[in-house]
Write a protein that binds this ligand. Structure first.
Ligand code: ATP
Ligand code: MG
Length: 321
């Protein structure tokens, strides 16, 4: 199977990105032909600062490697280094109806969060379809927030086939892990780089501790049982607790006697146990940017080996060249 997925360099990487996406990416590299990319063209829908974007791209590539991506097994590349992607986006957009894009909820969610409703943000699913179709991927591991965009990709590919009368694309399937499909943010909404509600994977330990300790909780007294439904602290504890601590988490909520402050301290301890090693590797790799660049160059070559002939077929199908 060919696997493809991407992450936007739109802000600091968070545990939702890891649990919902990158952890699967790393597991899949052992069994499949995997392509992962840094979605910098997508990030331009929210990041409008050139120096910051460059820095975020480097940080994201470094993070992929620190979290276990093996460049001998999987290809990692920058989206903007593949000129076939924006060209394909245009061909696809001529076979994409406005209605299809108007039904996408992620656009509405982002606008509701204060992101500028640009044409780029609106057309985001078409660019994403090009990312996926350009390498003929079969499987796309994502969090649940991207499920609709995957369906849109299939619709766009089918509509292109109907419009131009040629079957050039492979229709991809999403791969979504139910238990981590939507990791809640500190405010209980979906954890998102652009929502400011994240627990970051990297960055100063002190700040991460502070963010966890200042999470908003309700006023249930220490001795009383705590509500679990819709409780972001519970959701996060359940996701990060090691197997032998899960019973403690359930008991703390069901039986009472443990205050939210103590629960937050545990959450921070679980976080450090889960990511301490990756955080050390990240700091090491940051001192060696040339190594990271070499990985991207090799990944790019492998991606373009598929993208270039595919785009030739598409051009032939539409009558360009
Ligand atoms: P942005 O706010 O800029 O959209 P994001 O945090 O949503 O950033 P993306 O780069 O859009 O991150 O998504 C990268 C991958 O992480 C996708 O596969 C997405 O489904 C997954 N993902 C993002 N947030 C979560 C979350 N809270 N829970 C599970 N998976 C998530
Ligand atoms: Mg997102």
């Amino acid at each position: 199977m060919r696997v493809l997925s991407g992450v936007q360099p739109s802000g600091a990487l968070h545990i939702g990105n890891y649990l919902g996406a990158i952890r699967q990416f790393v597991e899949l590299q052992h069994e499949h032909d995997c392509y992962y990319f840094l979605a910098d063209l997508h990030a331009l829908t929210t990041v409008h600062d050139a120096a910051r974007l460059r820095e975020l791209v480097t940080d994201l590539a470094t993070a992929f490697l620190a979290l276990g991506l093996d460049p001998a097994k999987a290809s990692l590349y920058r989206q903007s280094d593949v000129p076939e992607i924006p060209e394909l986006t245009w061909y696809l957009s001529t076979a994409t109806s406005m209605g299809l894009l108007q039904r996408c909820t992620s656009f509405k969610d982002k606008v509701a969060q204060g992101v500028v409703p640009s044409h780029g943000l609106f057309a985001y699913p078409v660019l994403m379809a090009a990312d996926i179709l350009i390498v003929r991927s079969n499987l796309v591991p994502v969090g649940r927030d991207q499920k609709q965009h995957l369906e849109v990709t299939r619709d766009i590919a089918a509509s292109f086939h109907a419009t131009y009368g040629r079957e050039v694309f492979t229709l991809p399937e999403p791969l979504i892990r139910d238990e981590v499909a939507v990791v809640p943010g500190l405010d209980g909404q979906k954890m998102s780089k652009s929502y400011g509600n994240t627990i970051d994977l990297f960055g100063p330990e002190k700040e991460i501790r502070k963010r966890i300790m200042s999470m908003t909780t309700d006023s249930t007294p220490v001795e009383a049982p705590k509500p679990k439904e819709g409780n972001a602290l519970y959701g996060l504890l359940k996701l990060l607790a090691p197997a032998e601590e899960r019973g403690w988490v359930e008991k703390a909520f069901d039986e009472g006697g443990t205050g939210y402050g103590d629960m937050k301290k545990r959450l921070f301890a679980y976080y450090m146990a889960s990511f301490g090693e990756a955080r050390r590797r990240y700091e090491e790799l940051r001192r060696n940017p040339a190594e990271v660049e070499a990985v991207l160059a090799a990944g790019l070559e492998r991606a373009r080996a598929i993208a270039v002939p595919l785009l030739d077929e598409v051009r032939a199908a539409v009558g360009i060249r």
